[in-house]
Design a protein around this ligand. Structure first.
Ligand code: ZN
Length: 280
C-alpha cells in the first residue's frame, strides 16, 4: 500500500466550488444526494466535473487503486470506482464521527457531514463530506474474474462498512505488510472480527496468488511480459504443495498459466514486482 498525500486542494476545491454554486443557483437550496448531483454536473465545452476530479485523484495516486495497488489508469471506466473514505451515506452522526481521530488528513479537512451541511445551508468551507476532495480516493472496481461483474475487493466489496483510512494515515501504508505467500495484514489491527484488510477483500484468493506470483517472478529475476508462464506457475505450485495449501488456491493458480486475461490482470499489479516489498 502507498501513503496518499492530498496536496491538490486548490485545484479540486475550484471544481467543487463551481459545482456547488451552479447547483444552488439551479435548485435555490443545496439538495440531498449531492454526490449524485455532482455526477451530472458540467459546464458546456468543458470536461464533466466528476471526470476532472477523478483525473486529479488518479494522478495523485500514481494511477493505482488506493487499496490493492492495481493499475487502473488506462482501464475501462467501469473498472474504476470513486471511494468515499467516510461513507457517502452514514447511518447517523456516530457512523460519521467514527472516522475522526484516525488520521490527520481527514481531521484537518474543512469538512462536515453532508446531513449537517444540508441543514446549515452555508457556503463552503466546510465542505459536505459526500463531495469533499479530502474524503475521496480512486479504487478499482474489484473485478477479479473474467466475465464476472461481482466485486471481490476494495471499494465496492467494502460497501458501507467502517474501515480504517489506511492510505490516508501517515504510517498506515508502511504498517501494511505482505508475506511471500501473498497474504497481507495491518500490523496495528486490533479488530479481530472485522479486520480492515479483510473488509477490503485484500486477501481474496486471486489477489493473494497475484502477489505470490510477483514475489516468485521478481525473486527469480523474470520478466512477466516475456517468460514461461507454465514454469512460473509450477514453481509457485511447488511452494504451495510444500506448504500444504488448500485446493481452491491451487485450482485458481492454473488460471494464470492458461488464460491471457488472468495474466494481463497479473500485469496490472506490477507494483509488486519487487521482492523487497515482501516480508523476509
Ligand atoms: Zn483495488
Amino acid at each position: 500500500m502507498e501513503y496518499i498525500f492530498k496536496s491538490r486542494h486548490d485545484e479540486a476545491h475550484t471544481l467543487i466550488d463551481g459545482f456547488l454554486e451552479r447547483h444552488k443557483v439551479r435548485h435555490g437550496l443545496y439538495q440531498g444526494d449531492l454526490y449524485g448531483f455532482l455526477g451530472a454536473d458540467f459546464v458546456p465545452g468543458q470536461m464533466k466535473t466528476i471526470k476532472a476530479l477523478r483525473a486529479i485523484l488518479l494522478d495523485e495516486q500514481g494511477g493505482r487503486c488506493c487499496y490493492c495497488m492495481r493499475r487502473i489508469a488506462g482501464l475501462a471506466p467501469e473498472e474504476r470506482s470513486l471511494e468515499h473514505v467516510i461513507v457517502n451515506h452514514p447511518k447517523g452522526e456516530d457512523d460519521y464521527s467514527q472516522y475522526l481521530g484516525k488520521c490527520q488528513q481527514l481531521d484537518a479537512a474543512e469538512m462536515i457531514s453532508s446531513a449537517e451541511f444540508l441543514t446549515n445551508q452555508t457556503t463552503p468551507p466546510p465542505y459536505p463530506h459526500s463531495v469533499a476532495y479530502e474524503n475521496m480516493l480512486m479504487s478499482c472496481a474489484g473485478r477479479c474474474h473474467l466475465g464476472v461483474g461481482t466485486s471481490f475487493t476494495c471499494n465496492n466489496y467494502r460497501g458501507h462498512k467502517f474501515v480504517y483510512p489506511l492510505p490516508l494515515m501517515s504510517d498506515g501504508a508502511s504498517e501494511v505488510k505482505y508475506l511471500k505467500n501473498g497474504f497481507v495484514y495491518w500490523i496495528k489491527e486490533t479488530d479481530t472480527e472485522n479486520p480492515t484488510v479483510e473488509l477490503l477483500g485484500l486477501n481474496y484468493d486471486v489477489l493473494k496468488l497475484i502477489r505470490r506470483i510477483w514475489y516468485k517472478l521478481s525473486s527469480m529475476g523474470l520478466d512477466a511480459a516475456d517468460c514461461d508462464r507454465q514454469l512460473v506457475v509450477y514453481e509457485v505450485l511447488g511452494d504451495m504443495l510444500d506448504e500444504g495449501t488448500e485446493d481452491v488456491g491451487v485450482q485458481s493458480l492454473f488460471l494464470f498459466a492458461n488464460n491471457d486475461w488472468y495474466w494481463s490482470l497479473l500485469c496490472q499489479y506490477d507494483y509488486f514486482n519487487d521482492a523487497s516489498k515482501f516480508e523476509q
